[in-house]
Unconditional design. Sequence first.
Length: 509
Amino acid sequence: MTTSAPPAPEQEPPAPAKGLRFPSALTILALVTVGVWLLAFLIPAGQYAHDASGAPVSGTYHRVPNTQSLTDRLDDLFLAPVNGLYGIQDTTTHEVGPTFTGALYGSAGVFLFVLAIGAFITVVFATGALDRGIALLAHRLRDRGALLIAAVMLVFSVLGTVEGFAEETLGFYGLLVPMMLALGYDRLVAVGSAVLGAGIGVLCSTVNPFATGVASSAANISLGDGIFLRFAMWVVLTAVTILYVVRYAHRVRKDPTKSLCGFLPGDRDQKAAADSDRAPELTRLHKAVLVLLVLVFSFMIFSVVPWSGALTGKGDAAPYGWELDWSFPQLSALFLCAAVLVGLVARMGEAKLSSTIIQGAADFISPALVIMLARGVTVIMNNSKITDTVLHSIEGVVQGTSSSMFAVMVFVVNLPLAFLIPSTSGHATLAMPILAPLADFAGVSRALVVTAWQSASGWMNLWVPTTAVTIGGVALAKVGYDRYLRFVWPLLAILFVLICGFLALGAVV
C-alpha cells in the first residue's frame, strides 16, 4: 500500500433527501423500547421452574397470569431509561425497579466507565502528546496501514476469545479514530477494527469464562469440550473478518469517495499531516504522557483478564493470588485517577484540569445515554415475564430434526433470543439448561449446542442496536448506525454461511 498517488478531494456522501434521514442511535433505541413494550401486551407471560442454582428446568414451562396493571406497564415504560441506568433486581420477585433491594441490573457501571474514559482521553489530548504520537506512528506506518489494522484486530480477537473482551473496546476509540484518520482511512475502519475485532473473538470464544464457561457449566460439560471446533472457527472467521476490514480500508484510502460514512471537517487534515516528509518530534512531556497512556491501557487489560480460567481452560478454576478481577467500577476509578495523574505530569493547573475533565465527560455523554437506553429494553422484557415464553417457543422448534439440522437450528433460533438478551452470560444462564438436554435426543454432543449458542449470541452482537459494544462504538466514532449496517451486512452474510457450515460439520464428525 503506497501514498504516491495524490489524495482525492474530500467528499461528503450524498445527503439523504429531506424527511428520509436515518434516525440517531437514541431515537432507534427509543423506538425499540416502545416496540418491545407493545409486544409485551401480545406475548403471554410464562415461567420455567428453577433448580437450586437458579437455572430453568426443561419441561416445566407454564403460563402465569400477568399481574401488571396498565399503570404498572406504563410505569415500566416511563422508567425504562432510569432502570436501564440503576435499576435493582428484586431478590424475590426478580422484577427490576429503582427502589427494590437486590443486585444492580442497570448499566450504571458501564455508564460511568464511558464518562471516565472521556475525561482521561480528553486530558491526554489536551497535552498534545496523543496527537503528536499518533502523527508519528501514522508517519512511520503510512505504507503499512494494513499491518496496523490486522494487529489491532488480532489482539482484540485474542482477548475476546480468551476472556470476552468487548465492552472494554469502548475505551480505545479515542486512540483508534484519530490513528485511522491519520493513516488515510475513515471512521468506519476504526469501528470495524474494534467492534469486529473483539466481536469475532467473542463469537468464537474458546475458553472465555463469561460465555463458553457459563454455558458449559449450565450444560454440565467441561469448558474444554468442543474447543477444537471453536478454535478452528476462530482461526478462519478472524482471518476472514480482518481481510474484510483491510479490503475496505484499502479501497477508502485509494479513493476516499468510496467511504460509506464520509469525512467530518478536519478528518482529512490528519492524513495530510501523516503524508508530510518530516516526522513529528516528541518532547519529554509527550513521551512521559504516552508512557502513562500505554501503562494505563495495559493495566486495564491485565486487571480484567481471568488468568486462571484462561491459562488452565477451566471456567471454575480458583483465581490466582495476583489476579485483580476488576470490573467497571474499578476501571472507572482507574481512568479518573489516571486523568488527574496526566494533568499533574503536564502541570495543567487545578482550573484547567478540572474544566478539561468535565469537558471530556460531557463529550462522551451521548454514547453513555445510548448504553443506558439499550439496557432499559431488557428491563421491560424481564418485568413483563415474556422472556421464558420466547424461550419455550424455541424449545419446541429444535426438537425432531437431524443432527446437522439440529445444530444449525440451535444457532438460528438463538438469534432472536440474543437480540432480546444481549448479555452473553445472562443468555447462557437462561437458555443452555433448556437447549443442552435437547442435544441428547438429537444425537449430538452438548458441546456443539454451546458452540451454536455462542455463535448466535456473537453474530447478533456484531450489529444489533441493543448491545452497548456496537451502538456505543458507532456513537463514540461519530458514525451513523445506518452507515455501519451498510458496511457490515456483507460480512454478516459471509459469517452466517461459515458458521452454519462449521456447525453442520461438527455434528457429523
